[in-house]
Design a protein. Structure first.
Length: 426
């Protein structure tokens, strides 16, 4: 039953109606469907995680309009290849250029697209797993419409599995019993391509060991065993993206510089965007270290700037230095806990009024209404402090920030204790 064409490719949808899990784009009332019905689609950026239909959507649009279709990968193509495509597109009635992983193009490469997009020489369809607000320059982004594709939910993933078993020519002739699906769903992580690849591996492995005519029973244990044996096969080309970045973050959070550098190396060797790595470390420096060591944020920010300026391969050294520093730093998640607690409180209590003494009073009417009355200017107090209430009356005395037990935040706690004398638990 084996074939060189992967199951995900054999089942690739040929029409928008067949696209699973993206009903907000494929329904008759969607912006995209209406544009197709009018016979004109804009240049666009398709933003979403791996395996959710970005390439498929580009293929469907090109087929629908019977346009000349060009495809480039930002990993292996540069300005030269771009210009060759644009030149060829000039001789076509209509042309669609699909650029996979467009976030990997630098500013110069993206700028090379501007004129052709603006003149209508090409309709650009760019695919990215990264936020285009950060990764696509503003001039190009302003000429494109952004469509967001979602990770596939359980319903969509199960639909893909059943379609494969019922419709695929190499599967429907087999006696396949889908006894359990939890492992397939969990390991796929919302990625349809990953799901189908793993399903195919699981069925092929059963065929190799089962006697002819015996049902092929797919269980969670079997899928896990196949995944561990063939992980290099179904996770090639960056499919482990989310697992490895998770291991990287957890190694730094666990204060293990060895694990951090190892997983950093795995990402670099796998072709991960160095800016993505630097951005995640910048987030980590605030989320997991915060005020336990404020210098961590400064170093991570400097790392992000340097990586943007230098690029690979030299940026690997800067990433390594930063990862080691973050892993070896004291940890605190007080910053994220305090803001999440506060956001939950806002969601629960709604738009509470600002206390009168904290309100701005730029006009006489506002002053007559007691805006700003009784406000105490802190700098007039001893040590630049005067005790007063800064929260709305309905939630006064609520503690949202609690310093954690590290030397830096213990200094913060001492400062707050001296000011608030036990209020807020300080």
């Amino acid at each position: 039953m084996k074939t060189s064409i992967p199951l995900a490719e054999r089942l690739r949808p040929q029409s928008l109606a067949d696209l699973v899990g993206q009903e907000h784009l494929s329904s008759q009332d969607s912006v995209l469907q209406k544009a197709i019905a009018k016979g004109k689609v804009p240049s666009m950026i398709l933003w979403g995680p791996p395996g959710v239909g970005k390439t498929t959507l580009a293929n469907i649009i090109a087929t629908t309009f019977n346009s000349a279709y060009f495809q480039l990968s930002a990993i292996s193509s540069g300005v030269k290849e771009l210009r060759e495509v644009i030149e060829e597109a000039k001789s076509k009635t209509s042309a669609i250029l699909f650029i996979d992983e467009i976030h990997r193009f630098n500013k110069g490469q993206q700028d090379a697209l501007l004129g052709a997009v603006e003149k209508g020489t090409i309709t650009l369809i760019g695919a990215t797993t990264e936020n285009p607000s950060f990764e696509v320059n503003s001039a190009l982004l302003s000429r494109c419409q952004v469509f967001i594709l979602k990770a596939l939910d359980e319903k969509a993933l199960l639909k893909l599995v059943h379609q494969a078993l019922e419709k695929d020519d190499l599967f429907k002739g087999q006696l396949i019993e889908l006894k359990e699906t939890a492992a397939l769903l969990q390991l796929s992580g919302g990625d349809g391509r990953k799901l189908l690849n793993l399903l195919e591996l699981s069925v092929e492995a059963l065929i190799d060991i089962e006697k002819s005519g015996k049902p092929l029973v797919i269980t969670n244990d079997w899928v896990m065993e196949v995944a561990q044996t063939h992980i290099a096969l179904y996770d090639k080309n960056g499919e482990q993206h989310y697992d490895i970045i998770s291991a990287f973050i957890k190694s730094m959070r666990g204060s293990d510089p060895n694990g951090a550098v190892y997983w950093l190396s795995r990402m670099i060797a796998g072709g991960e965007d160095v800016k993505f790595i630097a951005r995640r470390m910048l987030i980590f420096s605030s989320e997991d270290i915060g005020n336990a060591n404020p210098n961590a944020f400064l170093l991570a920010n400097a790392c992000f700037d340097a990586v943007n300026k230098i690029g690979y391969p030299e940026s690997r050294i800067i990433l390594s230095q930063c990862a080691i520093y973050l892993a070896s730093s004291p940890k605190s998640n007080a910053a994220i806990e305090s803001i999440d607690h506060s956001l939950a409180l806002v969601n629960q209590t709604g738009n509470l009024p600002v206390p009168l003494h904290l309100r701005n009073a730029p006009t006489k009417l506002m002053k007559d209404l007691s805006y700003g009355k009784d406000y105490q200017y802190s700098h007039k107090g001893e040590n630049n402090f005067i005790e007063q209430e800064y929260l709305p009356d309905a939630i006064k005395n609520t503690t949202l920030y609690q310093p954690q037990k590290n030397s830096r935040e213990q200094e913060i706690r001492k400062f707050l204790q001296e000011r608030w004398k036990g209020k807020y638990g300080y």
